[in-house]
Write a protein that binds this ligand. Structure first.
Ligand code: CAA
Length: 258
């Protein structure tokens, strides 16, 4: 991979977008590498949590690559959008939990890729924004859809129409970032959170992710029916027996198999 770094250790995959000269902007090559890498990770049962970050201390991802897009045709623009849809869709729906460790600029496609992750943790210097309308285009990697679902229609419209860049604190205030932490603690904080997630039944976590994702895009009654079905499915697992037996035996350590 030319533009990604991957480290897998103790159930955690740390995936770093590594184009520091372009502030980790996403060109087509990076999107294709990301898609291929996530396709492998989603089938890797040893990986329970994926942490996505950007290289360097300045930028998470500064958006789609403007130097590639400047001469792109409408068909090429659409192709790029569909490639991002596939890669970001994997992040959103893969069985593992995904955490965006937002270590600086998360602009355009950078904000959008962070929103495809389950959880966003921002460093104090992080900045979020959707500057696309200022470039004469609209957000094309999910921004008009995921931002409105995360922070509401009114705030999403304001951010997209004004192209304002907001601080990590403001992103936290509006629910775009789950936490804000000092830059030097960012990866450690995300790994500690991953550790807390991995103590729980992995299959149960995957089913809960599926219930939330699918339920959010449907009406309440259909979501509740789906939840009841997945709840029932979780009763078929060895993990349910283990988790409940451990509770009744007042045993702290649990042996989940997922
Ligand atoms: N694409 C390509 N190159 C980029 C880039 C991008 N999105 N963002 C930064 N770079 C490059 C710069 O061109 C510059 O390269 P050179 O050194 O070769 O000139 C290098 O990264 C460093 O950037 P700056 O000198 O601009 O750094 P700065 O500290 O002055 O500013 C910044 C930082 C505010 C993030 C600024 O770089 C910036 O505004 N970048 C563009 C942000 C943007 O508009 N993103 C949205 C892109 S469109 C999109 O993402 C569409 C979509 O929905 C998917």
């Amino acid at each position: 991979m030319n533009n990604l770094l991957l480290e897998v250790e103790n159930g955690i995959a740390l995936l770093t977008i590594n184009r520091p000269k372009a502030l980790n902007a996403l060109n087509s090559e990076t999107l294709a590498e990301l898609n291929a890498c996530l396709a492998e990770l989603e089938n890797n049962e040893a990986v329970k949590v994926v942490i996505l970050t950007g290289s360097g201390a300045k930028s998470f991802v500064a958006g789609a690559d403007i130097s590639e897009m400047v001469n792109a045709t409408p068909a090429e623009g659409r192709k790029m959008g569909l490639l991002a849809r596939e890669a970001f869709g994997r992040l959103e729906n893969m069985p593992q939990v995904t955490i965006a460790a937002v270590n600086g600029f998360a602009l355009g496609g950078g904000c959008e890729i962070s929103m495809a992750c389950d959880i966003r943790v921002a460093s104090e210097n992080a900045k979020f924004g959707q500057p696309e309308c200022g470039l004469g285009i609209l957000p094309g990697f999910g921004g008009t859809q995921r931002l409105a679902r995360l922070v509401g229609k009114g705030r999403a419209k304001e951010l997209i129409f004004t192209c304002d860049m907001i601080s990590a604190e403001e992103a936290y205030r509006i629910g775009l970032a789950n936490h804000v932490v000092p830059q030097e603690e960012l990866i450690g904080y995300c790994k500690a959170m991953a550790g807390r997630i991995m103590k729980n039944g992995p299959f149960a976590v995957t089913l809960a992710k599926q219930a939330i994702n699918t339920g959010m895009d449907t009406d309440l009654d259909s979501g509740l029916k789906l939840e009841a079905n997945l709840f029932g499915l979780s009763f078929s697992t060895a993990d349910k027996k283990e988790g409940m037996t451990a509770f009744l035996e007042k045993r702290k350590e649990k042996h989940f198999i997922g």
